[in-house]
Design a protein around this ligand. Structure first.
Ligand code: 5AD
Ligand code: SF4
Length: 442
């Protein structure tokens, strides 16, 4: 045991990774490690990696080189690489980066604990899929916001996606265990809880002997005292059934926001992606959602330049983006991932310049529609959960509405408070406003 060792964690990628990193930190602190203010001061240097965006990979390699130099200066330092990128390279990690001591797949935080408490500090890789880190204490970045992983893995095989090979088949956590964990979080002061999973709305079908469902989980969480906001990410359009949609209309704490990944507007491309829905089915889900929750915010993920995507097919993506009017969208340029089906469609790869040009056209439509949609909030009073000060203007506060809109506003509230804010202006990305008490006084 090393009572005064220190660690430093750098996180890339998605919320799931942020969440895993919090767990790592909580676990390390329970092992007696302390967080170092900077990488150079740490005995244990960790990277939690992502392979969704190629860019993150490049940034990460640069960081890894810095760690190599630190290790050269002090060979007793331990360097660990976790997450999806580590998983996708597996044993190659050690061949390519001999200074790395430990590598582990996503969600394998408990393996990191095992490694650190074992005698041998030689190169080891942990890539099995079993096990949850749920029992480990999580360190929360903000005490009023928490995450809860409800399932790991994914049973789908989207042809572009690396997740099924890195996170394995879907395994749901028992519903009673989740309810108990959420109750505990609420008792500790968590107001906003985000449920995480690769495909959250297929939750519970694998549970034995008693299968459960996502809507059942939502209903049970909604009744927990003190939990003011429940969010989740990401659902799959194929499983977005009426029971889940009704929860948005009926449950007070379930936020009026649904992130519904579209990926492409053309039914032929969707089929090649193995998304299991077509354009009409997606639009039908959107219509059903809006019928039950007219004011809902809809956000999405879209990939442009998938292998074989023609100009006419890309225009279908533009049409759908225009028709739906997303409140915001994450847009990605397709890039091949090792070991995925679409990576073998080399003869149909779309040239990079064409991908970039399509991306620009898509972003234009997405932003125009987001700006138009955001105008519905101007003049309204919205409840804002204060997160801190504004990133661009420290004299303002920053928080989030139930619709998941970021609001920068003038006010006196502190982090964790929920305050009424009058919205005065809306851009495609953020809202601007004033705390209502101030608005009255002024
Ligand atoms: N290329 C581009 N975007 C991808 N995504 C997943 N895999 C790829 C890939 N190979 C995007 C999808 C997914 C989001 C998290 O990342 O849109 O929903
Ligand atoms: Fe990947 Fe598709 Fe599973 Fe999402 S649903 S994790 S995109 S395979």
């Amino acid at each position: 045991m090393a009572p005064h060792k220190s660690f430093h964690v750098t996180t890339f990628g998605c919320q799931m990774n942020e969440h895993d990193s919090e767990r790592m930190k909580g676990m390390l602190e329970s092992l007696g490690y302390r967080e170092a203010p900077e990488r150079a001061a740490a005995d244990l240097i960790l990277f939690n990696t992502c392979s969704i965006r190629e860019k993150a990979d490049e940034r990460f390699i640069a960081h890894l080189h810095e760690a190599k130099h630190l290790k050269r200066a002090d060979p007793t330092r331990v360097i660990g690489v976790g997450g999806c990128w580590a998983q996708s390279l597996k044993d190659e990690v050690f061949a390519r980066f001999p200074f790395v001591d430990v590598a582990f797949g996503p969600g394998q935080v408990h393996r990191l604990a095992e490694f650190l408490t074992s005698d041998s500090l030689s190169a080891q890789g942990y890539f099995e899929f079993e096990g949850f880190t749920g029992h480990l204490p999580a360190k929360r970045a903000r005490e009023f916001q928490g995450w809860m992983q409800i399932s790991v893995g994914c049973n789908l095989r989207c042809s572009y996606c690396i997740v099924p090979s890195t996170r394995g088949r879907e395994v749901s956590r028992p519903i009673d265990e989740l309810v108990a964990e959420a109750e505990k979080s609420a008792a500790e002061g968590v107001y906003e809880l985000t449920l995480l999973g690769q495909n959250v709305n297929s939750y519970g079908r694998d549970l034995r002997p008693q299968p459960s469902s996502f809507s059942e989980l939502l209903r049970r969480l909604d009744s927990i005292e003190g939990l003011g906001r429940i969010r989740y990410t990401s659902p799959h359009p194929k499983d977005m059934r009426e029971d889940v949609i009704r929860c948005h209309a009926e449950l007070e704490s379930l936020c009026p926001h649904i992130h519904l990944p579209l990926q492409a507007g053309s039914s032929r491309v969707l089929k090649e992606m193995r998304r299991t829905y077509d354009r009409a089915r997606y639009m039908d889900r959107v219509a059903l959602i809006r019928e039950h929750v007219p004011d809902v915010s809809l956000t999405t993920d879209i990939i442009v330049g998938f292998p074989g995507e023609t100009e006419a097919e890309f225009r279908e993506t533009l049409e759908v983006a225009d028709e739906v009017g997303f409140d915001s969208a994450f847009t990605f340029i397709y890039s091949p991932r090792r070991g995925t089906e679409a990576a073998t469609f080399e003869d149909r790869f779309v040239p990079h310049e064409v991908q970039v040009e399509r991306m620009e056209r898509l972003v234009e439509v997405v932003q125009r529609r987001a700006r138009e949609r955001a105008q519905r909030f101007v003049g309204r009073t919205v409840d804002v959960l204060v997160e801190g000060t504004s990133r661009t203007d420290p004299s303002r506060l920053r928080g989030r509405t139930p619709h998941n809109k970021v609001v920068n506003f003038e006010g006196l509230a502190g982090p964790g408070e929920v305050v009424p804010v009058v919205v005065t202006k809306a851009t495609s990305q953020t809202l601007l406003g004033e705390e209502r008490l101030l608005a009255r006084a002024g």
